[in-house]
Write a protein that binds this ligand. Sequence first.
Ligand code: AMP
Length: 284
Amino acid sequence: MERATRIEEVRRRLDPERNAGRRIGFVPTMGNLHAGHLALVARARAECDLVVASVYVNPLQFGANEDFDRYPRTLEADAAQLTEAGCDLLFCPRDEEMYPNGLAEQTRVVPTALADVLCGVSRPGHFAGVATVVAKLFNIVRPHVAYFGTKDYQQLLVVRRMVEDLCYDLEVVGVPTVREPDGLALSSRNAFLTPDERRRAPVLYQTLCWLAEQLRSGRRDFSALEEEGRKRIAAAGFRPDYLAVVGAQTLAPPSPGERELVVLGAMYAEAARLIDNLPVQVGD
Ligand code: AMP
């Protein structure tokens, strides 16, 4: 696997490939790779001629009191895993390369409706940070296909909408969430859980499964369901952030008869905020 830290190196390496008609798959990450990330790389490997991954902890998407400083940075281990997974090129830029004019640079991509709900409420500015860095990475790599986890469902929708609204000529593929055997979604932030919190953390997924089951069996009293779900999370010793049943494409409260739904949840442990979601198809 080759490594590039400069934008110019990426372009020099990929331009001839693109011109030769080779299909470029791209997996953007913040590193500290686990089997969830590697599922995206495997999918890219299976579908593309050339696989490019990025490892960049994007300061622009972290709030002032969030975990940017202590976010796990494990570049050498990440590079070893990417090599093993068959990645061709790793782009791991420094901040000065991505933001030469500083974080107060004048141009940002600011997603609106989809970004103003759920995680957007507790993390103001987060999705503008995500959309801006993803837009920049797309312009650097110019992939044919970009792979994102459905684990970050709202992020996936925001990126899909950005691609559509800004006419990016690429396909966005969503890859299903990889979980621990007890249901907990793999996340770099799981490392911040105490052993006792780790034991209790599957409550988030279990609560989403319970909500999905209630919806499939015909319940439509969304507020009562969400409230009951929050109680389950609190009873397991976590502070619920949100639990919501929404339309799978709109992230808005389901309209009567809407069948493609998603249940999403976020909760705080002592030193981590965990998120998860589950798509649900319901009858009329
Ligand atoms: P991150 O490094 O957390 O920014 O994640 C990079 C990509 O990996 C994003 O598209 C995530 O949605 C995806 N991802 C993270 N965790 C998982 C998981 N457990 N299963 C599948 N994809 C994941």
